[in-house]
Structures are given as C-alpha cells and as structure tokens.
Design a binder for this molecule. Sequence first.
Ligand code: AMP
Length: 194
Amino acid sequence: MINLILFGPPGSGKGTQAERLVDQYNLVHISTGDLFRYEMGNNTPLGIQAKSFIARGELVPDEITIGMLRNKVEAHPDANGFIFDGFPRTIRQAEALDHLMNEEGTSIHALIALQVDDDEIIQRIKLRGATSGRSDDSDEGIIRNRLDVYKKETTPVFDYYAGQGKSHLVEGTGSIDAIFDRLCAAINALHAGL
Ligand code: AMP
C-alpha cells in the first residue's frame, strides 16, 4: 500500500498529475476540491455550507472538510493506496489524516510538492477559468486570496511532513509528460525504499 499527498499551490497541476498517477500505481484519487464541487453541483447541505468559503477563495472549515474526507477514505476499504490532492491544507487536517491512516492500519508514505512560481500559477488558473466555469478561477483578486491562504495556512503542512522525513520537492514546470516522469521517478525511489 502506498499513500501519497500531492501537494502544491492551486493551479500547480495536482489534479492533472493525480489522474495519471492513479492509473500508473492503481491508487484511489481523493480531491477535496472535486468533492466540494460535486456537492455544490447537487446542492446538498454540505455543498451549501461550503459554497460561500469557496467563492471567496477561503478554506472550508476543518470540521466540515475532515468529516467529508473520512467518509471518502472509509468508502474504499480495499484500496491499494490513496493519492490525496488538495488535502491536507492545514496542520489540523494533517494531524487528522495521520490519525485516520493509523486507524486504517497504514500511514502517509510521502508528500510530494509541485513547485511553480506565482506568476505562472496566476496565468494557469486564469486559463483554466476560461473553460472550467469555476468562478474562483476567474477573478484575479480571488486567485490571489487563494495563493495567500496557501502560503499562510497550507505551506506549514510541508514542514509538518518534512519533520517526519516525508516531504519531497518536484519541479512543476515544463510539459505535463516531463512533470509526470519526474513524479514517477520520485515515487519509484520511495517505493524501492518501502
Ligand atoms: P481546489 O480544487 O483544491 O483548488 O479547491 C477549491 C476550493 O475548495 C478551495 O479554494 C477551498 O475553498 C476548498 N477546499 C478544497 N480542499 C480543501 C481543504 N482540504 N480544506 C479546506 N478547503 C478546501
């Protein structure tokens, strides 16, 4: 079993790469952003609760997010492993994830961070916003707020897993294939050590 956190700022390519990694390593992909968008699209109570936070580019409160994540993990008791995308985004979420993995008799094996600079991030998100229909991808003020929130609340998660010797950096620019190859090289090196 291998459980990975694909880490990085919004627009760093986590979703695109996670979809490919799922096929390569037979993992279950859990994206909290996708889960929230699904709930909002269906106007569920959870979606309605999350909506105003997402629209402002803020984090949905931990108690809502962690509960949703737990349900999703528990729905896959036979998984070969998980790839977490967009979660954890706070230290409290990281602690809850470690606790949950422990309850499942496993652990997080690695956090892999995609490194992309701010200017490229803003360009990429705006480009995505032109076709995704995501309102949080269209307004530069909201995009900048998401980046600020990432720097303040989410980057400490990198240090949290670095403290466990589990954090790795991968260059997140270049072609999708080149980035995928770098990710696979990092994961294969880990796999060999497990
Ligand atoms: P994403 O698709 O990962 O960029 O997420 C879109 C939005 O969903 C974020 O800007 C947050 O408002 C919300 N969101 C996604 N994942 C989380 C999380 N782990 N904790 C809190 N809010 C989240």
